[in-house]
Design a protein around this ligand. Sequence first.
Ligand SMILES: [Fe+2]
Ligand SMILES: [Fe+2]
Length: 273
Amino acid sequence: MKGKILTLLENSVRHRGLLAEHGISFYIEFDNNKLLFDVGQSGVILRNAQSLGINLEGLSWIALSHNHYDHTGGLLPLLKYLDKKPKLFAHPDAFLRPRYIFSPNTSPRDVGNPYSLSDVEPLCEEIVLQSYGKEIVSGIFLTGEIERKTPFEDVGDDFRLANGDKDPIWDDQSLVIDAPQGLMVLLGCGHSGLVNTLLKVRELFPSRPIEAVIGGFHLGSASPERLKATADALKEFGVNQVIGGHCTGWKASLFLSQNVKFFPLFTGMLIEL
Ligand SMILES: [Fe+2]
Ligand SMILES: [Fe+2]
């Protein structure tokens, strides 16, 4: 075994002793490197790591998919817990605050990262903020900003910036592991669109097969046309496993399960590489 992806946290749970919350966090071991991609909304990942027998000491990197609280809120509890300071990689907008969601019949809610850079800086060995992609350790890449190319995908829901403008969530990025079985593509919320994300992955790795897409696909408000176009694209890209959870949405999950090789993500899911 070259490594593993362990879902430390997502919205659902099946195993005794683990906790779930709205959010996502993946623990990755690959070629003796330990990383986290997202950290959930609270410190629940600390308890789940302990229950799963994972020692988080020795993490080399924490990478953030995007700004939202359900992906970044666990940052301070985690950094305070660790003895050795890790490095942190994120898009600069991952620390842009506030970030709102407007929902019918409720006041706008701030769904952004609860921390400022000055909160986390003293607890990190290094913070890398850049909008373009990077190989963070051997075989593990961040996509950087994802261009919006498909006509049928949008960010989903009504996200807004502080000035009231639509929030394009440019900080949304994915993590790609170049595993022996093919590329493993991890998404936080997939606000750029699952197909736009795959187009970016194909651009970065033109000759590698895509074995799996794993994470939140933010398709809760997707139209039937978008769902069909997404399933068609997954088939065209030859994605072998579609493992969706978090913000994917139940209708989208049902549709994908009927059209591609779909598996529901859950807290504690282990994928060997
Ligand atoms: Fe999310
Ligand atoms: Fe999000």
